[in-house]
Design a protein around this ligand. Structure first.
Ligand code: APR
Ligand code: PHB
Length: 396
C-alpha cells in the first residue's frame, strides 16, 4: 500500500506548484493526474503573474525561465473606444509590477523540476476517490492500467479543477456554492505575430470588449467578446482580425500585425466560489474551489495564493508540529479569493456589452463608474493595487 504525507489530486499549475514547494521542505507528496502531461500542456491559458506569484515561483526554485524570458510590465492600458488611459502599476503601487509569462510555460517548468527531482506524478489515473477525509487516516483510491490502487496519506490537496472529484467529496449540506454566469464568452486567438502594443490593452468598445495581450515580443494573444451562441468554426482568422481591428483604439489598430492563428477557441465566463474550502483533512485549491472570468487575470494568481497558504500551513504542521493552524486555511483563502472574485466581476461588468441583459440605468452606472475610476488618481490606484495583487496573508 503506497503512503505519502500529502496526496495531491491534479497536476495542473496548483498541484505542481504545491508539490514543488512541499518537496523543498522535505514534505513527501504524490500527485495523481487524470490525463497525460502532454494534454495538460495543451491547455492554452492566461499569462499575467502577480508579484506574489512570481515570488512563490522563485521560492519554489523554478524561476530561471520566468526571470529570463518573462516580461516585467509596470503598466497596463484601459481603452474606451479610441481613448486610451494608462494605469501606471509600479508608480501607483510603490514599485509593484506584473510578469507576462504563459501558464503553459509555468506548468512546463514545474513539470520539468518535478521530473528532475524524481518526484512521483502518476498520470492517466481514473476513478479517483477520496475516503475518510474527516479521519486522521484519509486515503485515495484510483485506477491505473485497470488495477485499483490505494494511496494512504495525512492530508489531501484537491487541485483537480472545476470538474474534479475533490469539491464533490464535501457533502452538499456542508458546502455552499455561489455562481454567476455571464451572457457572453471570449473568443481567443494565439498567433506568432508581434504584439500590437508593449503593454496589455483592455478595450471597452461600442462593438464589445476586446483584449490585446501577448506571450512574448513575437507571440500575441487576443480576445474579443462574443455571444454564447457563437461557434469557433464560424470565425475565420480574417473575420477575427477584422473585428479585432474595429474594437482596438484606432491608434493601436493601425499597428496590428495579423497572421495565421495557432490556436483559436471560445471560453464561457463565470464566477464561482465554494464555501468552505476545507473539509477535515481535504483542502480545495485553485479552480477546484473557485472560478473567475479572465477579465482581471486572477484565475492562476488566486490558485497561487491558495497554494501559498496551504504550503505555509503544511510547513508549520510538519516542521513545528503545529496542527492548530490547519483550521485557518479556508478563512484565509476565502478572504483573498472573494476580493479577486469581486475585482474580476467588476472589470467584467464595466468593460463588456451586456446587450440588454443589464437595464439602461445600470449600463449608465457602469460607464460612469469606469469613467470615474480611470480619470481619478485614487481610482487608478485602486485598479493598480488589485491588478498587481494584494499581499498574501500570513498564518497566525
Ligand atoms: N483525478 C485526477 N486528476 C484530475 C481529476 C481527477 N478526478 N479531475 C481533474 N483532474 C486534473 C485535470 O486533468 C487538470 O490537469 O486536475 C487538473 C486541474 O488543473 P486546472 O484545471 O488547470 O486547475 P488549477 O491547477 O487549479 O489551475 C488553475 O488553470 O484552468 C486554469 O484559469 C485557470 O489559470 C487557472 C489555473
Ligand atoms: C492572456 O494573455 O491570455 C490574458 C491576459 C490578461 C487577462 C486575460 C488573459 O486578463
Amino acid at each position: 500500500m503506497k503512503k505519502t504525507k500529502v496526496a495531491i489530486i491534479g497536476a495542473g499549475p496548483s498541484g505542481l506548484l504545491l508539490g514543488q514547494l512541499l518537496s523543498k521542505q522535505g514534505i513527501d507528496n504524490v500527485i495523481l493526474e487524470r490525463v497525460t502531461g502532454e494534454y495538460v500542456l495543451g491547455r492554452i491559458r492566461a499569462g499575467v503573474l502577480e508579484q506574489g506569484f512570481a515570488n512563490l515561483i522563485r521560492e519554489a526554485g523554478v524561476a530561471h525561465n520566468m526571470d529570463s524570458v518573462g516580461e516585467v510590465h509596470d503598466g497596463v492600458e484601459i481603452a474606451f473606444n479610441d481613448e486610451r488611459v494608462k494605469i501606471e502599476l509600479s508608480k501607483l503601487t510603490g514599485g509593484d509590477s506584473v510578469i507576462v509569462y504563459g501558464q503553459v510555460e509555468i506548468t512546463k517548468d514545474l513539470m520539468q523540476a518535478r521530473q528532475e527531482a524524481g518526484l512521483e506524478t502518476i498520470y492517466e489515473v481514473s476513478n479517483t476517490q477520496l475516503h475518510d477525509v474527516k479521519s486522521q487516516t484519509p486515503y485515495v483510491t484510483y485506477e491505473k492500467d485497470g488495477v485499483t490502487h490505494t494511496l494512504q496519506c495525512d492530508y489531501i490537496a484537491g487541485c483537480d479543477g472545476f470538474h474534479g472529484v475533490s469539491r464533490q467529496t464535501i457533502p452538499l449540506d456542508v458546502r455552499t456554492e455561489y455562481e454567476k454566469v455571464y451572457p457572453f464568452g471570449w473568443l481567443g486567438l494565439l498567433a506568432d505575430t508581434p504584439p500590437v502594443n508593449d503593454e496589455l490593452i483592455y478595450c471597452k468598445n461600442d462593438r464589445g470588449f476586446a483584449l490585446a495581450s501577448m506571450r512574448s515580443k513575437t507571440r500575441s494573444r487576443y480576445y474579443i467578446q462574443v455571444p454564447l451562441t457563437e461557434k469557433v468554426e464560424d470565425w475565420s482568422d480574417e473575420r477575427f482580425w477584422e473585428e479585432l481591428k474595429k474594437r482596438l483604439p484606432a491608434s493601436a489598430a493601425k499597428n496590428l500585425v495579423t497572421g495565421p492563428s495557432i490556436e483559436k477557441s471560445i471560453a464561457p465566463l463565470r464566477s464561482f466560489i465554494c464555501e468552505p474550502l476545507q473539509y477535515g483533512n481535504l483542502f480545495l485549491v485553485g479552480d477546484a474551489g473557485h472560478i473567475v472570468p479572465p477579465t482581471g487575470a486572477k484565475g492562476l494568481n488566486l490558485a497561487a495564493s491558495d497554494v501559498a497558504t496551504l504550503y505555509k500551513i503544511m510547513t508549520k504542521v510538519y516542521k513545528e508540529g503545529d496542527k492548530e493552524c490547519i483550521s485557518q486555511y479556508s478563512d484565509i483563502v476565502l478572504r483573498r479569493v472573494w476580493n479577486g472574485v469581486r475585482f474580476s466581476w467588476w472589470m467584467t461588468d464595466m468593460m463588456h456589452d451586456f446587450d440588454g441583459a443589464k437595464d439602461q440605468f445600470d449600463e449608465k452606472m457602469s460607464t460612469s463608474e469606469m469613467n470615474y475610476f480611470i480619470q481619478s488618481e485614487a481610482g487608478k490606484k485602486v485598479i493598480a493595487e488589485q491588478y498587481v495583487g494584494l499581499p498574501y496573508e500570513d498564518i497566525k
